[in-house]
Design a protein around this ligand. Sequence first.
Ligand SMILES: [Zn+2]
Length: 166
Amino acid sequence: MACPFCKKEHPETLEQALEALERGPHLVREALAGASQGELMAAEPKPGGWTPAQVAIHLMDTEVIQSVRVRKILAEEDPLLPAFDQNAWTAALSRGRDLSDVLRTFELLRKQNVDLVRGAGPAGADRAGRHPEYGRLTLRELFVHLSTHDAKHAQQIRRMRAAPRS
Ligand SMILES: [Zn+2]
């Protein structure tokens, strides 16, 4: 069945997705390694784009939303799930963030979320909520879709750092 978010077929099982999600924060850390926080935070984004630090902030903030979604789905019946405008969030929420806290929080929230999904078992994975834009989403769909997100952004960070602005 096509993914409600991206309309693609995701071949991963939920367990494969959870394993990828456990590795994800490490990929992001590796992509950021070797640059100082000051350097990463001070970089000016390309017009309409993000800096490597903003990509990390986007990943942590996505995990905040995912944290609310998984909790509502497991604890409530047919909950309305929060949506967010990722460009507006990144533009408004990039200042004053400590990148090492951002990465640590991303890792901790991610582990909590993976633990919650594992703990909920197959019956939990079939529970669902309503997204204002994408409609009914099961926990399985939410986490399988998210499973390639970190790797995509880690690649994006590597590309940015390989091609510094002139
Ligand atoms: Zn998807």
